[in-house]
Design a protein around this ligand. Structure first.
Ligand SMILES: C[S@@+](CC[C@H](N)C(=O)[O-])C[C@H]1O[C@@H](n2cnc3c(N)ncnc32)[C@H](O)[C@@H]1O
Length: 370
């Protein structure tokens, strides 16, 4: 599985049997197949179904054609069910595997977290109000979300191995994001914005060991796990349970705020307040750096991508992909705004090509300066 920091740590990790490993490798390959082979086949079937007619100019028109295609039914089935299997398979699903170990691992994680609290490296807030948009959605089909069960951080860490199925090391996505950091950016104090399992911060420290790294999340189980993981790797990350909409950091505090796949989990009404708060805590000249799903103008591609909303329990994903973030950042007062194609990610995918005429989805890279 590549980089050491993506291995769950001994103390709060499960035993990964050969069967467990084979199962998750199979699921990852199924997703690679869906994206690199099945998706182009689906597009060709769509083209044949359109025949000599005018291509649909709307998403509803594209859906009317897609819905009758066996290739689409297979694609959608694979998308929905590979995630279901990943979490829920009773033998090798990550939730089942983590929950089987609750009695053994949860007290260990609690003891490690208590040490983090004593050392001032982990701040938890049991009274924090969890926003409804977060508590009511099982994002990406994670049963119960990533914040209720004591081992949700561990389950999240195991599950993310198939998020970007093209990468056998799931931390490659962070390396690609960080490679867009402007060379003149200061890196003294950095915030991982929605840190989750913690590996974005660990990966940042590989290339910037000088930074004081902070991580914020709503999920206490994730923060405890991120603390345990940082500790196991002998690095310090200052973790706190906060809502990104109301941070307790002073103004002008961070040189860099970075994020990965965060905006699509935020409903449109909350997005601007969160981005304003990130602006407040950034120093002048500081960089807001991250990636998100983007949009294309192609109705076929948009119809397939927007289906994520119901196929993968991502209700805000379509709104996110179609939001005009550049306009929002400018309105907030960021001075330099770049939202453009995340080319290095596109190129890293198997079968990546722009010459076969298949309209593929895009991801955007955000390099925004205060
Ligand atoms: C898609 S995950 C990304 C996790 C991690 N950054 C990664 O790269 O895998 C989004 C994370 O943001 C957290 N989150 C969502 N809304 C939040 C909010 N309003 N305040 C703080 N954290 C939030 C979630 O708990 C989750 O861990």
């Amino acid at each position: 599985m590549g980089n050491r920091s993506n291995q769950p740590v001994d103390l709060v990790g499960i035993e990964e049997t050969r069967s467990f490993h084979a199962f998750h490798t199979f699921l990852r390959q199924a997703k690679v197949y869906a994206e690199s082979d099945l998706y182009p086949d689906l597009y060709r079937a769509y083209e044949r179904a359109v025949g000599g007619e005018r291509r649909p100019s709307s998403v509803a028109g594209a859906n009317a054609i897609l819905d009758d295609l066996p290739e689409y039914q297979l694609y959608a089935w694979l998308f929905r069910n590979s995630q279901q299997l990943k979490y829920n398979n009773p033998d090798w699903g990550v939730v089942a595997a983590a929950r089987r170990e609750t009695e053994r691992l949860a007290p260990k994680l609690e003891a490690i977290a208590a040490e983090g609290i004593r050392r001032g490296e982990l701040r938890l807030d049991p009274a924090l109000r969890i926003p409804d948009y977060f508590s009511l959605v099982d994002f990406h089909q994670h049963p119960g979300g990533v914040w209720q069960h004591p081992l949700d951080g561990l389950a999240y860490d195991l599950a993310r191995r198939t998020t970007i199925a093209a990468h056998s090391d799931p931390n490659d996505i962070y390396r690609l994001i960080f490679s867009y950091l402007p060379p003149d950016a200061a890196t003294g104090r950095v915030l991982d914005w929605g840190i989750g399992h913690g590996d974005g911060a660990l990966t940042w420290l590989e290339s910037h060991p000088e930074s004081e790294v902070h991580g914020v999340d709503l999920s206490a189980p994730c923060l405890k796990y991120a603390y345990a993981k940082a500790r196991a790797h002998g690095v310090k990350v200052l973790l706190s349970q906060q809502d990104l909409e109301h941070l307790d950091y002073p103004d002008d505090h961070f040189d860099v705020v970075f994020f990965c796949f965060m905006l699509h989990e935020i409903p449109p009404a909350a997005t601007e307040p969160l981005l304003r708060e990130a602006h407040r805590v950034l120093k002048r000249g500081g960089v807001f750096l991250g990636m998100e799903l983007g949009a294309t103008a192609d109705p076929f591609q948009t119809a397939v991508q927007d289906a994520n909303c119901f196929l993968n329990n991502e209700p805000f994903m379509a709104a996110c992909a179609h939001a005009d973030y550049a306009a929002i950042f400018k309105r907030i007062g960021y001075r330099h705004v770049h939202v453009g194609t995340f080319g290095k990610l596109q190129e890293s995918k198997p079968g990546a090509t722009t010459t076969d005429g298949v309209p593929r989805g895009r991801h955007d890279i955000f390099v925004i300066r205060k």
